[in-house]
Design a protein around this ligand. Structure first.
Ligand code: 13P
Length: 240
């Protein structure tokens, strides 16, 4: 049986003070976490060290939201796998649709970033997903297949996480149906392996996560908005 993996993607939210306040409240709460579930958050780069210092224990994983495709050198503004690894960061979200849109990241860029992450002990969470236009013109399967193939080219797919995030469901409140999420995750499963962890992301809430996680090929969730508040985050990761 595969583990589950639930990661809160904080995007560009929370100052260091707010990160400390989040963990102060989180660390006081009593709850039982879901069994066999990896959980944690992806913080903005400047918040990572605060999150690492304040998290309750190492079981609570800390992820970056991007990674450089280079290990060091003249790349102003970039953060390398070596730096993240030494800090204690263990996951990196790569190729989020917001990076693809606002920073023009291509499948090739994402493949290079995932490769360097893996080679340096950081688990890549590779994001894929179709736009609304592609969804409406029934191109979802084809688009996602191409993204998965190109982004995972030459990688050990048993060691990566794939996050299926239909762009039309991100931050819109329009979550995909459980059947649709399952169908698309099954498409990704065929191109990866039985061991690969596949998340769904896009307007996931504490209310919708339960049924989603029952889908055979949905191994977890990448959650934006609903991961920002402690009570809502706990509802996502607690044992039901
Ligand atoms: P929302 O959960 O806010 O829709 O964001 C999803 C997402 O982009 C997670 O990476």
């Amino acid at each position: 049986m595969r583990n589950k993996i639930i990661i809160g993607n904080w995007k560009m939210n929370k100052t260091p003070k707010e990160v400390k306040a989040f963990f102060k409240e989180f660390n006081k709460a009593t709850f039982k976490a879901r069994p066999k579930t990896i959980y944690g958050i992806a913080a903005p780069a400047c918040d990572l060290s605060y999150a690492l210092d304040e998290r309750p224990n190492k079981k609570f994983v800390i992820s970056s939201q991007d990674i450089s495709k280079h290990l060091s050198g003249a790349y102003t503004g970039e953060i390398s796998a070596l730096m993240l690894k030494e800090m204690g960061v263990t996951y990196a979200i790569i190729g989020h649709s917001e990076r693809r849109t606002y920073h023009h990241e291509t499948n090739k860029d994402i493949n290079e970033k995932a490769k360097i992450a893996l080679e340096n002990g950081i688990c890549p969470i590779i994001c894929v997903g179709e736009t609304l236009e592609e969804y409406e013109s029934k191109k979802s399967k084809k688009v996602v297949e191409t993204q998965v193939k190109e982004c995972t080219k030459g990688l050990d797919v048993t060691k990566v996480v794939i996050a299926y995030e239909p762009v039309w469901a991100i931050g819109t409140g329009k979550t995909a149906t459980n059947d649709y999420a399952q169908q698309m995750c099954a498409v990704i499963r065929k191109l990866t392996s039985d061991k690969t962890l596949i998340q769904y992301g896009g307007s996931v809430t504490p209310e919708s996560i339960e049924e989603l996680l029952k889908q055979p090929d949905v191994d977890g969730a990448l959650v934006g908005g609903a991961s920002l508040k402690v009570d809502s985050f706990i509802k996502l990761i607690e044992k039901k």
